[in-house]
Design a protein around this ligand. Structure first.
Ligand SMILES: Nc1ncnc2c1ncn2[C@@H]1O[C@H](COP(=O)(O)OP(=O)(O)O)[C@@H](O)[C@H]1O
Ligand SMILES: [Mg+2]
Length: 278
């Protein structure tokens, strides 16, 4: 019998082929009427958001408006938080990732995540990539996978002679690129990044931004950033969130980044991007 996770991967791959061959906009993932609660508190209210494939979508807004909560909905990370509860649907190739027959482990492989603080394992650079791949059942040539992943993450040239060195000896920017390499190695479709540069210096930040543009050829990227210049530089689309009168996070406006930053439609967006609020 086909296992839960095989079925989910099959659905993902099948519909992927169909949508890629059509001329309509190819959405990688879509939120429908999503609400997230922490106990009785509604942290995110009625979010509807369609994310275009192989583009970079930025989620911006003041601290506490629910950016991290929203991005965690895309790969079921909120359910690791006790008391967190979601209503609504998150459709990945038309399949709700919260359906009971979907395996969250497969969701998190296909929809990977990079965090604010680089979190390599306290192992060698090589093992940081090989370990996750092995757990996910990779049986190909491991040296090749490690090299390919490090190249894609723009780190290979800096570490190729030190693959067996401890990853924690790398600089912060290198560690973050290693975490990106580790995410890529399990062949996701979507990469989620929650403030991936906030612990990095400006040069390391620009390297990650360049890398994101490269990766958007093959992957769909969703990035949370509190840095508006970063959203403006790197993203194709921007979603602006704020809090309503109940302190719930709401999406105010969503559109092409250029439009959001030059011709915002909502006064709250304008106040935020011009620095009057937040
Ligand atoms: N684990 C949690 N338990 C209870 N409340 C939480 C938890 N995480 C976040 N919140 C609350 O949910 C709201 C949104 O938080 P968050 O998604 O972290 O916002 P942002 O990333 O935009 O700063 C805030 O009011 C925050 O206090
Ligand atoms: Mg956050």
């Amino acid at each position: 019998m086909e296992s839960k996770s095989d079925a989910f991967v099959r659905i993902a791959t099948q519909t992927h082929t169909t949508s890629a061959s059509s001329s309509v906009v190819d959405y990688a993932i879509e939120m429908r009427n999503v609400n997230v609660y922490y106990g009785a508190f509604r942290a995110v209210k009625d979010v509807n958001l369609q994310i275009e494939a192989r583009k970079i979508t930025a989620i911006i807004g003041p601290s506490g408006c629910g950016k991290s909560t929203v991005i965690r909905c895309f790969n079921r990370m909120n359910e690791l938080i006790p008391g967190a509860r979601l209503t609504g649907e998150v459709l990945f190739h038309g399949k709700n990732i919260y359906d009971p027959d979907v395996d969250p482990v497969q969701v998190r492989r296909l929809i990977g995540m990079v965090f604010q603080k680089p979190n390599p394992f306290p192992k060698s650079i090589y093992e940081n990539i090989a370990w996750g791949a092995r757990i996910n059942g990779y049986r190909g040539n491991m040296d090749e996978l490690v090299e390919e992943s490090l190249r894609q993450a723009a780190l290979w040239d800096e570490v190729k002679d030190d693959l067996h060195k401890n990853a924690l000896a790398l600089s912060g920017g290198q560690q973050q690129r290693l975490c990106i390499a580790r995410t890529i190695a399990v062949k996701p479709e979507i990469i989620l990044m929650d403030e991936p540069c906030s612990a990095l210096d400006p040069i390391a930040t620009l390297k990650i931004e360049d890398l994101m543009r490269e990766l958007a050829r093959d992957y769909t990227i969703i990035i949370v950033t509190h840095n508006m210049q970063q959203a403006a530089r790197v993203s194709d689309y921007t979603a602006f969130f704020t809090v309503d009168e109940d302190r719930a996070g709401v999406m105010v406006e969503y559109g092409p980044t250029n439009q959001i930053f030059t011709r915002p439609r909502d006064r709250r967006t304008e106040d935020y991007i011009t620095g009057r609020f937040g």
